[in-house]
Write a protein that binds this ligand. Structure first.
Ligand code: NAP
Ligand code: HSE
Length: 446
């Protein structure tokens, strides 16, 4: 008789519901491909009376995660509840029982990944997390397995569908930030707390996970520099377009060269960051639109690679959960533990994470200034004193009045130096409000 692997599902919402439906609809396909059956024997939700558009048999339904995790018939636990408290407790309990766990919970991995992976090792139970980054794109497997012979030189990703959707519609339709965010919430890809998306935290959780795999050590959340998209306005999107760029929220993991004698760490390291950036229109990431995600990885053997797909939503995310379930079931059958260890340092040793203050970039700056002679000269003098070069400066027509926008494109400068100069510029009598500062991403760098 064909071997059966029993699953315990925690959560039956957007992703849990799609996993539950796919497991029943694709039972024969999966059995044929894997040579074993995946069967849901227990499933916990918060509200058993909720109409979910699918039927959970009473014999399977629970409201307490413990009933699922401690059920002796459950071989693999699938955590799709979200949050970082109950989910942490449930995953630790499952691992302590030696049960493999599949999760899509990037917020939890970001906050407690080190502890969870250590528990998995201690209890010889595997932890799978393909769906935690970029929804349906199998980027975890690609980094861990397919690119195993490569050192990662640079990774740049559009890993938050909500922000990409907002920026795309602001660019293509001139839509308003708040209206588009409301649409993203209606369509089900914004987090329950949308500030996780628009302030860059969700992208930071995912970027930290990718950085940890790519560089072989756990990158703590406080080592990831985070900026969201609240400050990006329609005029910045239009100005960037005039200059040949598209603004994208990027998750970036890149090698940073040593800057002799500068900062506390004058040795090479990696930058792990999330920020809105101007991407040249001829780079593929510039044409990744709406809720789509893409991750560009440059390996030292393979060169440039690009992985594109749906980064959110029930079915795409469930597709990655099924991939993990297949691995979990096959690893159980072959009694395989830690088949591909989660974080293995490169032969050259543990890299260090460079603080953003020390990383250099080119910049786009928008100032609002009083339209009178001599203003450009004063701004240029502050930048000159900070040794920051200007590559172009313009004042778009059609904004005549008391206060007008001025756009500056700046040569490479360390973040801390740029910030200091911007604080001085903001204090000039002719400058109004806070300057908008965005990085110009050099996609050849890293
Ligand atoms: P969701 O729609 O809010 O579903 C959460 C589910 O968990 C619901 O079924 C809820 O029950 C259940 N639940 C919550 N607390 C519970 C508890 N204490 N005990 C038992 N059940 C509990 O969330 P989701 O969008 O499916 O996301 C699930 C996870 O996948 C999250 O970690 C999320 O970050 C991640 N993820 C989501 C997406 C996406 O596109 N949605 C993509 C990638 C990763 P009720 O239904 O009764 O309320
Ligand atoms: N809120 C997330 C996004 C869901 O917009 O990408 C997928 O992780």
């Amino acid at each position: 008789m064909m071997q059966q692997v029993n699953l315990g599902l925690l959560g039956g919402g957007t992703v849990g519901g799609a996993v539950f439906a796919a497991l029943s609809e694709r039972a024969e396909l999966l059995a044929a491909r894997l040579g074993l059956r995946l069967s849901v024997v227990s499933m916990a939700v918060r509200d058993p009376g909720r109409d979910r558009g699918f039927h959970i048999p009473a014999s399977v339904l629970a409201t307490d995660w413990k009933a699922v995790v401690h059920n002796p018939n459950v071989h693999v636990v699938v955590e799709l509840m979200g949050g970082t408290t109950t989910s942490r407790e449930a995953i630790l309990a499952a691992l302590q029982h030696g049960k493999p766990v599949v999760t899509a919970n990037k917020a939890l991995l970001s906050a407690h990944g080190e502890e969870l992976f250590a528990a998995a090792r201690t209890h010889r139970a595997n932890l799978y997390y393909e769906a935690s980054v970029a929804g349906g794109i199998p980027v975890i497997k690609i980094l861990r397995e397919s690119l195993v012979g490569n050192r990662t030189l640079a990774l740049r990703g559009i890993v938050n569908g909500t922000c990409n959707y907002i920026l795309t519609r602001m660019k293509l339709e001139g839509a308003d930030f708040a209206d588009v965010l409301a649409d993203a919430q209606r369509l089900g890809f914004a987090e329950a707390d949308p500030s996780l998306d628009i302030d860059g935290h969700d992208a930071a959780h995912k970027t930290g996970i990718l950085a940890s795999i790519a560089h072989g050590f756990w990158v703590r959340p406080d080592q990831v520099h985070v900026e969201g998209i609240r400050l990006v306005s329609r005029i910045d999107i239009q100005m960037a377009e005039r200059l040949g760029y598209t603004i994208k929220l990027l998750g970036v993991v890149k090698n940073v060269p040593a800057r002799a004698g500068k900062g506390r760490h004058p040795k090479p390291g990696i930058l792990v960051a999330v920020y809105p950036a101007l991407v040249r229109n001829d780079h593929v990431l510039a044409s990744v639109n709406h809720a789509f995600n893409a991750v560009a990885v440059r390996g030292d053997m393979v060169g440039e690679t690009l992985f594109y797909g749906r980064g959110a939503g029930g079915n795409p995310t469930a597709s990655s959960v099924l991939s993990d379930l297949a691995d979990a079931a096959l690893d159980l059958r072959h009694d395989s533990h830690d088949r591909v260890p989660a974080f293995v340092p490169h032969a050259r040793g543990k890299a260090h994470v460079v603080p953003m203050a020390e990383a250099a970039s080119r910049y786009y700056v928008r100032l609002t200034v009083i339209d009178r002679p001599g203003v450009f000269a004063r701004v240029a003098s502050v930048l000159g004193a900070a040794k920051i070069g200007i590559s172009s400066i313009f004042q778009p027509e059609g904004h005549e009045g008391e206060a007008v926008p001025v756009i500056l494109m700046l040569h490479d400068a360390p973040h801390a130096v740029l910030q200091k100069a911007m604080a001085r510029i903001a204090r000039l009598p002719a400058v109004r409000g806070v300057p908008t500062v965005l990085r110009v991403e050099d996609t050849d760098e890293g």
